[in-house]
Design a protein around this ligand. Structure first.
Ligand code: KG4
Ligand code: ZN
Length: 346
């Protein structure tokens, strides 16, 4: 079964062809970052316009790379939320028109669910013997997912396909948002996550003791990142904007605080809920320190960790195709009344 998937929830226009749910035949991602960089963040109006300009080309390329054509597509999957409403609508309208004209099933996918399903695609990195292995097996349930992106930070217990329990979420900024805002404040550029990741490699993570928020039992599995962001701002106000080694140390210390909060709560939730497997998902899971620390802590506790390859961490349509396949298997086909839901919950 070949599924054509479309993802346009934020600033990446992506189309993929996924075979039997887990095999990526193509995964084309057209990033708009260059158009948003000068504004220091994603401009929603610009994002929807750019999606319109490239969507047909991106879909065409996805079909060509998969050596297939519209006639051989069995279903169309599309992200319908959460995300920027104008951006979502471009992909959704395109997908609906395609499904209607091809007379093929349409399936709407939740973007967060899509990130989780990046771990169900073939070729993940696991902490088993060989570092990179092409998994032929899907993860076991229950699976505890740490979903960390520019818009979300959620700890989600997945009991089966499509059965989710949100154990915790951020009460303010998402982890990726904190990375982006701190990078912008320090004048490092946009998007901040990858720049912070690189800068932190040169710094000492113990140089500055930034606060780890909401670590008490009373906060459960919720997160908060606005405190550490403000602590960076106060530090700079007091000591001035650093450069060189001092900047590297500041960035490494900030990243270490964010990673600590994420890893400690995730491991605690895994132990409390007695799950054996953890999965990392979303753009921030590309962070090298988070990947390293989560693997290290999980190994100590005898937990399996599944982490998508870096190229499947950030927004892409292959993950939407995989989630869409499992939805179709559960007969959760959508109809043409499907609409964009910017604050869609999982
Ligand atoms: O999942 P994603 O592509 O889009 C959303 O659904 O939000 O995530 C984008 C976020 C941005 O905040 C970006 O700065 C962050 O992921 N990110 C990273 C890294 N690569 C991307 N954060 C930390 N370290 C990275 N290497
Ligand atoms: Zn995303």
């Amino acid at each position: 079964m070949k599924l054509l998937a479309i993802e346009t929830s934020c600033d990446e226009t992506s189309a993929a062809v996924v075979k039997n749910g887990t095999e990526i035949l193509s995964n084309i991602i057209s990033s708009q970052i260059e158009f948003h960089r000068k504004y220091g963040g994603v401009v929603p109006e610009v994002a929807s316009r750019k999606h319109i300009e490239v969507i047909a080309l991106v879909v065409k390329e996805a079909l060509e790379n998969a050596k297939t054509d519209f006639k051989h597509i069995d279903a169309v999957a599309v992200t319908y939320g959460p995300g920027l409403v104008g951006s979502l609508l471009v992909g959704l309208c395109y997908a609906k028109a395609l499904a209607y004209s091809l007379k093929k099933p349409l399936v709407g996918v939740n973007h967060i669910e899509g990130h989780i399903y990046a771990n169900f695609l073939k070729s993940q990195i696991t902490n088993s013997k060989s570092q990179t292995n092409h998994k032929s097996q899907i993860p076991n349930f229950p699976l505890l997912n740490l979903v960390v992106s520019g818009g979300h930070t959620n700890l989600i217990l997945m009991k089966d396909h499509g059965v989710y329990e949100t154990l915790g979420r951020t009460r303010d900024d998402a982890a990726g948002e904190a990375f982006d805002k701190v990078a912008r404040f320090l004048g490092l550029g946009f998007p901040g996550g990858p720049i912070i990741d690189e800068t932190a490699k040169r710094g000492n993570p113990h140089a500055i003791e930034f606060p780890r928020a909401m670590m008490g039992e009373e906060y459960g599995y919720d997160f908060s990142f606005s405190g550490v962001k403000t602590a960076v701002v106060y530090h700079v106000k007091k000591k001035g904007l650093p450069s060189g080694k001092a900047l590297d140390d500041l960035v490494a210390s900030f990243q270490s605080a964010v990673v600590d909060m994420l890893v400690i709560k995730t491991i605690k939730a895994a132990k409390d809920k007695k799950v054996k497997a953890l999965a990392l998902a979303g753009g921030v899971s590309a962070n090298s320190e988070l990947r390293r620390r989560l693997k290290e802590s999980a190994e100590k506790e005898g937990l399996e960790v599944i982490i998508p390859p870096v190229e499947l961490c950030t927004d892409n349509a292959a993950m939407i195709g995989c989630a869409g396949y499992y939805r179709l298997k559960r007969k959760e086909q959508s109809d043409l009344s499907l609409t964009a839901v910017s604050n869609l919950k999982i």
